[in-house]
Design a protein around this ligand. Structure first.
Ligand SMILES: [Zn+2]
Length: 143
């Protein structure tokens, strides 16, 4: 079992919590206020912790490859967050900055952004490039 820990800021009080990647499906609570840390908000992952999280979850994972300079990516960000709230614990939504994480972008062969990649049990099962509305993101994660 990996001992990689994620830094997750609490959506309720803002406190930074260190969550073991291996326990991502256990719905960790905030050490300060006791509220759930994972309310469906997308997790920001990197080359360093992506595999530990994706390998630990039993949920379908939807990865948003994006970059700060990409207009359509920024446009889709609120829709991605909305989809995360709608999906709750049914899926794990993840954001990967493709500029900062070249290893992941290379492994998944990301040529344009935004690109959404769906991973189930460690395998890519769907992919969609271009900005999507929240409903289409939920549908992609659920199908
Ligand atoms: Zn808190």
């Amino acid at each position: 079992m990996s001992d990689i820990r994620l830094h997750v800021s609490c959506p309720h009080c803002g406190a930074t919590n260190r969550v073991p990647a291996a326990r991502i499906d256990d719905v960790p609570v905030c050490g300060r206020c006791g509220e759930a840390l994972q309310d469906g908000r997308p997790l920001e992952l990197t080359d360093a912790d992506f595999d530990a999280v994706v390998g630990a979850t039993s949920r379908p994972v939807l990865v948003d490859f994006w970059a700060p300079w990409c207009g359509p990516c920024r446009m889709m960000a609120p829709a991605f967050e909305q989809a995360g709230r709608q999906l709750g614990q049914r899926a794990l939504l993840v954001k990967v900055n493709s500029d900062d994480n070249p290893r992941l972008a290379g492994r998944f062969g990301i040529r344009s952004i935004p690109t959404l990649v769906k991973i189930e049990h460690g395998r890519e099962t769907a992919r969609q490039s271009g900005a999507l509305p929240a409903g289409a993101i939920v549908a992609l994660a659920s199908r």
